[in-house]
Design a protein around this ligand. Structure first.
Ligand SMILES: [Cu+2]
Length: 71
């Protein structure tokens, strides 16, 4: 398992948090996902590091592009 954190400035309310958590948890390689409204950080636990590009692509697709990787 690999934990990754991304800064996602587009998070502005609980709905954003819900959308991100719902969409990312649909990916098989994502074991857990947590989006935080206050810090605007998305934390994912990946079964393999290669899944990172899928996570970043999906975030962009749903309108919440990651500004930068924090870990
Ligand atoms: Cu929102």
């Amino acid at each position: 398992m690999v934990e990754k954190k991304y800064s996602v400035p587009g998070i502005s309310c609980k709905h954003c948090v819900q959308t991100i958590q719902m969409e990312l948890s649909d990916l098989d390689e994502v074991s857990s996902v947590k989006a935080d409204e206050t810090s605007k950080v998305v934390t994912v636990l990946l079964s393999e590091v290669e899944a990172e590009s899928q996570v970043l692509n999906l975030l962009e697709e749903i309108g919440y592009p990651a500004a930068k990787e924090l870990t």
